[in-house]
Write a protein that binds this ligand. Structure first.
Ligand code: SF4
Ligand code: SF4
Length: 593
C-alpha cells in the first residue's frame, strides 16, 4: 500500500509542479456559474449523456466510483482486524452500484470491440482494456468480500485499488483526478472570447502564444492532463469530417505527449503537425462536445500566434487579408470611402465626429459593406429598422474591421491595433448600444472589446428584429414557403443566440430543421480566417449545403454574411435550386419592404 501510495504521490508532485510552473490563465471569479458547471457536467454527466448508451456506460462507472468510495475505508478497517462494519443498507446500495459498474464495463467493451466507432481512431485502445479490467477487478473483489466475506478478500480489494491508484496518474485515467478541476477552470459566460496577449508587460512576462510546453497556460496544461481520448471532439469536427488532417483529439494528445516528455522542442512540427493548426475554422464544436471542458480553440490559436508572430510562418494565401486589415481597415482592401455606399440611397444616417449618439449604432461589418451578396442583409436590416422607427446610425468610413480574422489567424498585433482604433471611435461617439449583422463582429464587440476599454450592450440583428416584432413595431406576414435555418457557429454555439432567428422564421414561413442545428450546428467553413484560405480536399460548405438540401426546403436562411457567401457557393456546387438568404432579407420581403 505504501509503495503504491509513494508512486502516486511522486507523480502527483510532478504534475502539480507542471501546473504551478505554467503561465497564469485569465479565469476570473464567477463562482456560481462554476458550481453549476460542476453539478451539471461532472456530477450530472450532462455532456456524456448527450449520447445515451456511451453516456450511461460512463455514468454508471462514475457514479459507482463515488458511491463505492467508503468501501475503501471499510475494507481497511477489516484488514486492520476491526471486522466488517459495513451497514446493511450501504451493503445493498454498494452492491447495486458495483453491479452497475460491471454493466458499464461490459458496455464499454462492446462499444470498443463490436461497435468500434471511428472516434476511437488514434486513441490508446489497448490501455482502455487494461483500465476496464482493473475497474472490473475492483468491483469484483468488493462483491466477493461482501458475499463470501473474509479478511483476505478485503485485502484483495485494497491491493487492486492500490495498484489502480499507482497506475492512474500515468494513464489517460488521470482525468479522474483532473476533470473536475478542468471544468472549474473553463470559460463561463464569454465563450467566444479569446484571452488577449499583453504587450505592455515586463519582458520576462511577455508571451507570444505557444511555441513549446513552457509557454502553455495553466488551463492548457490541465486540458492536456484531462483528455480521456473519447474522440467526441473528433467526431464533430468539420475539418476532420471533410478529410483534413486536423483531429482536435490528436492535437490535445500531441500537446500532452510533449508535456509529459518535458520536451523543449516546438510543439508544432513535433507533437502536432503544422497542417493541423491551420485546418481549424474555430467553430468550437469540439469544445462544446468535450465532456471534460477542454478548450481546443485556445490551444490552436495560441499555436498559430507563435507560428505567425514569432516565426512569420502561416499559409501564404492569408497574407493579403492580414495586410489589408492592417492598411485598409477591411480584409477586401477596398477604400474605406466606399464602405457606406450601400446606405446612401436608403438615407441611413452616417455619424460624424461630435454627433449625438443614436439609440443603436448599427455595426455593418466588412462583408455586408463590400461583398455584393452580403450587402443585401445590411440593406434589409436598415429598411426594417427605419420601418420600425428605430433611432440608428452607422459609422460609415470610420467603421474598421473588428480584427476578428486577424486574431483567429494568430496575428494579435493587427487585432489589437484594430480593436484600439474602433474602441476609441465608439467611445468618442458615446455609443452604448450596438446592433451587429455579422456574428463574428458581434462576438468581438460583445466579448472581446471589453479587454480594450469598450463595454457596450451588443445585439445581433436577429435579436433586435425579434424584439421589434414582439413589440408590434414590425408586422410580418407568412408565405415564404419552407425554410431551413443554418445556425452560425459564432451566433448559436459561441453566443447562444438560437431562438430569435427561429422566432422570425416561424412567422414568415414553415421552418424545417437540419440534422445538425442549434449548438450542434455544422460550420459553413469560413470561420478562423478560412474565408481567405484555400481549402484542401472536400469542402465544408458543400457538405453543409448538401445537408440543407436533404431537408427539401425551398430556402436556406442564414444570419451571417460569411455563411451567406459560403453556403451560396455550396448550394451552387451541390446543384440544388435552393435560395440562400439572410433572415433580415426574408423578413423585409414578407413585409413588402
Ligand atoms: S474548432 Fe471546429 S474546426 Fe477547430 S478543431 Fe474544433 S471542431 Fe475542429
Ligand atoms: S479533447 Fe475532450 S472530447 Fe476530445 S478526446 Fe479528449 S476528452 Fe474526448
Amino acid at each position: 500500500m505504501l509503495v503504491c501510495g509513494g508512486i502516486f504521490a511522486r507523480r502527483a508532485v510532478f504534475l502539480t509542479r507542471l501546473v504551478i510552473d505554467a503561465k497564469p490563465s485569465d479565469r476570473p471569479g464567477d463562482v456560481p456559474a462554476r458550481v453549476v458547471a460542476e453539478a451539471e457536467i461532472v456530477l450530472g454527466q450532462k455532456k456524456l449523456l448527450q449520447r445515451l448508451i456511451p453516456g450511461l456506460m460512463h455514468a454508471f462507472i462514475f457514479w459507482g466510483f463515488i458511491v463505492l468510495f467508503p468501501t475503501i475505508i471499510l475494507a481497511a478497517i477489516d484488514v486492520a482486524g476491526g471486522g466488517d462494519h459495513t451497514p446493511s443498507w450501504y451493503r445493498v446500495l454498494s452492491d447495486v452500484f458495483a453491479v452497475l459498474v460491471l454493466v458499464g464495463v461490459a458496455t464499454a467493451l462492446v462499444i470498443r470491440t463490436v461497435v468500434r466507432p471511428a472516434r476511437f481512431e488514434g486513441s490508446h485502445v489497448a490501455e482502455s482494456y487494461f483500465i476496464l479490467g482493473l475497474i472490473a477487478l475492483v468491483v469484483t473483489t468488493l462483491l466477493l468480500w461482501h458475499t463470501v466475506g473474509g479478511t483476505w478478500l478485503a485485502w484483495a480489494h485494497l491491493i487492486v485499488i492500490a495498484a489502480f491508484l499507482a497506475y492512474l496518474p500515468y494513464s489517460k485515467h488521470l482525468h479522474i483526478a483532473t476533470a473536475a478541476v478542468n471544468v472549474w477552470m473553463a470559460r463561463t459566460r464569454k465563450r467566444g472570447r479569446l484571452e488577449p496577449l499583453r504587450f505592455d508587460v515586463p519582458d520576462d512576462e511577455l508571451r507570444f502564444g505557444v511555441a513549446t510546453i513552457f509557454d502553455l497556460t495553466r488551463k492548457e496544461v490541465v486540458d492536456a492532463f484531462s483528455c480521456t481520448e473519447c474522440g467526441r471532439c473528433q467526431d464533430v469536427c468539420p475539418a476532420h469530417a471533410t478529410g483534413k488532417l486536423l483531429s482536435p483529439k490528436l492535437l490535445i494528445m500531441g500537446v500532452r505527449d510533449q508535456l509529459f516528455a518535458q520536451s523543449a522542442e516546438p510543439i508544432v512540427g513535433n507533437g502536432v503537425p503544422e497542417e493541423m493548426i491551420w485546418d481549424c475554422v474555430t467553430c468550437g464544436a469540439c469544445v462544446e462536445a468535450c465532456p471534460v471542458s477542454i478548450e481546443h480553440v485556445d490551444h490552436i490559436v495560441d499555436l498559430r500566434r507563435s507560428r505567425l508572430m514569432v516565426d512569420s510562418s502561416f499559409p501564404a494565401e492569408a497574407e493579403p487579408m492580414l495586410r489589408d486589415v492592417e492598411r485598409a481597415s477591411n480584409p477586401w482592401g477596398k477604400p474605406q470611402t466606399e464602405r457606406a455606399a450601400w446606405a446612401a440611397e436608403l438615407g441611413v444616417r452616417v455619424l460624424e465626429p461630435g454627433d449625438p449618439a443614436p439609440e443603436y449604432l448599427y455595426w455593418v461589418g466588412c462583408a455586408a459593406s463590400f461583398d455584393e451578396r452580403a450587402k443585401k442583409s445590411a440593406e434589409s436590416t436598415a429598411k426594417l429598422l427605419q420601418k420600425a422607427g428605430v433611432d440608428f446610425a452607422i459609422l460609415g468610413p470610420r467603421e474598421g474591421c473588428t480584427g476578428d480574422p486577424a486574431r483567429r489567424m494568430g496575428n494579435e498585433y493587427v487585432f489589437e491595433a484594430a480593436a484600439e482604433q474602433n474602441v476609441a471611435t465608439l467611445n468618442e461617439q458615446g455609443v452604448t448600444k450596438i446592433v451587429a449583422s455579422c456574428p463574428h463582429c458581434f462576438n468581438t464587440l460583445a466579448n472581446e472589446y471589453g479587454d480594450f476599454g469598450g463595454s457596450y450592450e451588443v445585439l445581433h440583428h436577429t435579436e433586435l428584429l425579434a424584439e421589434l416584432v414582439d413589440e408590434g413595431r414590425l408586422t410580418p406576414v407568412g408565405g415564404a414557403g419552407t425554410i431551413t435555418y443554418h445556425d452560425s457557429c459564432y451566433l448559436a454555439r459561441h453566443n447562444d443566440v438560437r431562438m430569435e432567428p427561429r422566432k422570425l422564421l416561424n412567422v414568415i414561413g414553415q421552418p424545417v430543421e437540419m440534422k445538425r442545428s442549434g449548438k450542434n450546428t455544422f460550420c459553413c467553413g469560413a470561420g478562423g480566417a478560412h474565408m481567405w484560405m484555400e481549402e484542401r480536399g472536400s469542402q465544408i460548405n458543400v457538405e453543409r449545403a448538401r445537408e440543407a438540401a436533404e431537408t427539401g426546403a425551398e430556402t436556406l436562411a442564414v444570419a451571417c454574411p460569411f455563411c451567406t457567401v459560403m453556403l451560396d457557393d455550396g448550394v451552387r456546387e451541390v446543384g440544388t435550386g435552393m435560395r440562400v438568404a439572410d433572415v433580415a432579407t426574408l423578413l423585409a420581403e414578407s413585409m413588402g419592404a
